[in-house]
Design a protein around this ligand. Structure first.
Ligand SMILES: NC(=O)c1ccc[n+]([C@@H]2O[C@H](COP(=O)([O-])OP(=O)(O)OC[C@H]3O[C@@H](n4cnc5c(N)ncnc54)[C@H](O)[C@@H]3O)[C@@H](O)[C@H]2O)c1
Length: 440
């Protein structure tokens, strides 16, 4: 089956590559010429484990192509995915659909024969209907169906998630489109992934509801962590205890510095805007968005409070900058809020991230020392903060770390160390939600 993927970012590149790995003929399109040129030269524009090999294999197999020529890719395709960005619109928090609308107009001018246009971008309920109208206005004779097929992959585990998803959601009322989508996903359903066929509005809502639910779950355990600190509990134990209940489940119950990334912050906000406009505010989700933003700033203050010297002129080592491990994505990473707050208070920052430094330089304030590794990062610092739980930080030589630091203070925002191990070695340990152990 011939597929055009419009937008070659985290989602477009991974899904396009995986479709080609299942034997489809895929052309990935992007307006960013340098991205396409790098891909043609075998250079990945993003860090995603296993992606470079998978791209190379499918390019060599003649099933995966990269171009900036949208019209040519669309004209030859039976299925055209829209996988462009839908960031928060400045000012009101609605999803900014300008990229999606622009892509739809270009697609309309290029389609030939019956074509299924699929929104993989996360778009508010009703967008599929709007896109259908846009395309029909632009190309009145076009034989198209607009389908919603939201993506649930997680950065850092994107290939595995795409190939073995919990479910595939396809929203359409058009029988021809349904047949095409079933054929497209047939190789994945051999992996026993259930395909949920529903209508377009439901599919659009399922995506936002899923992200909002997960954001609620994370925020719930984060607030439980705050309570644990006040009353002498250990949130890790509490999370384990509640997670064993199969109605609750153990995933997304890791207390931390607040959720970030390219999806949860913008999607929760966009969902609350949709709900407000519909006259049915989602007060729970509204609260979650506020609590999460407040939390990120609170984490910066937690670091300041842990310091044994005044902030102005103090040095803090920050380990982990990306919003989670195994990605270079810095979008809405809690590290941004934490570093900014510390810098505003006159703290000098030394920072290290295994793959995110290039992206971090684009969004973090000036004047940061970017270290070559975890130990060099800790050198001469008055405290060390673990912001992202990269594997490389999980088994550091604590004695060596102690000799590097000016003051042996560790603020572990991901609870990756047993507090006893650090306290025994003479560290002051500050974790998350560990009431009676968070002091040295
Ligand atoms: N990143 C994730 O983990 C994830 C997961 C699920 C869903 N999503 C959703 O998928 C969508 C894409 O997210 P992303 O993280 O891949 O974004 P991204 O910013 O990494 O990539 C978007 C790409 O689209 C390109 N683009 C924009 N307009 C274009 C046009 N008219 N023609 C061709 N290319 C164009 C951009 O140059 C960019 O390379 C968003 O709606 C997002 O919410 C993302």
């Amino acid at each position: 089956m011939r597929v055009a993927m419009i937008g070659t970012g985290y989602v477009g590149l991974v899904s396009g590559t995986c479709f080609s790995d299942f034997g489809h003929d895929v052309t990935c399109v992007d307006t960013d010429l340098s991205k396409i040129e790098r891909l043609k030269a075998g250079i990945m524009p993003i860090f995603e484990p296993g992606l470079d090999d998978l791209v190379a294999r499918n390019v060599a197999g003649g099933r995966l192509h990269f171009t900036t020529d949208l019209a040519e890719a669309v004209a030859g395709a039976e299925v055209v995915f829209i996988a462009v960005g839908t960031p928060s619109r400045r000012g009101d928090g609605h999803a900014d659909l300008s990229y999606v609308h622009a892509a739809a107009r270009e697609i309309a001018r290029a389609v030939k024969g019956f074509t299924v246009v699929v929104t993989k971008s996360t778009v508010p309920v009703g967008t599929g209907a709007d896109l259908e109208q846009i395309i029909r206005e632009e190309a009145p004779g076009a034989d198209i169906a607009v389908v919603s097929n939201p993506e649930f992959l997680r950065e850092g585990a994107a290939i595995e998630d795409f190939k073995r998803p919990d479910r595939i959601v396809v929203g359409t009322a058009d029988p021809r489109a349904r047949e095409v989508m079933a054929a497209l996903y047939r190789p994945l359903s051999l992996n026993t992934a259930p395909v949920l066929f529903t209508d377009r509005a439901n599919a659009e809502l399922i995506k936002y509801a899923s992200n909002a639910f997960l954001a609620v779950k994370i925020t719930f355990i984060n607030e439980m962590a705050d309570l644990c600190e006040k009353v002498g509990g250990d949130v890790q134990e509490v999370a384990r205890g509640i997670g064993l209940d199969r109605r609750i489940g153990s995933k997304f119950l890791h207390a931390g510095p607040g959720y970030g990334g390219s999806c949860f912050p913008k999607d929760t906000l966009a969902l609350t805007r949709t709900a407000q406009e519909a006259g049915t505010p989602l007060r729970l989700v509204e609260t979650v968005t506020t609590v999460n933003e407040t939390r990120k700033a609170a984490m910066g203050r937690r670091v300041l409070e842990a310091l044994s010297v005044p902030p102005r002129g103090a040095t803090v080592a920050v380990l982990g900058l990306t919003f989670k491990p195994n990605t270079d994505d810095m979008r809405d990473s809690p590290a941004i809020n934490i570093v900014q707050l510390l810098v505003d208070r006159g703290v000098k920052i030394r920072a290290y991230d295994p793959v995110g430094m290039e992206e971090a330089r684009k969004v973090l304030p000036e004047g940061i020392h970017y270290a070559t590794g975890a130990y060099e990062c800790a050198e001469g610092a008055d405290a060390l903060v673990i912001v992202t739980e990269w594997d490389a930080f999980r088994a550091l030589d604590l004695d060596r770390l102690k000799t590097q630091l000016r003051s042996p203070i560790v603020v572990d925002l991901r609870n990756i160390y047993p507090p006893e191990d650090l306290i025994r070695r003479g560290f002051t340990y500050v974790g998350i939600g560990r009431g009676d152990l968070s002091i040295g």
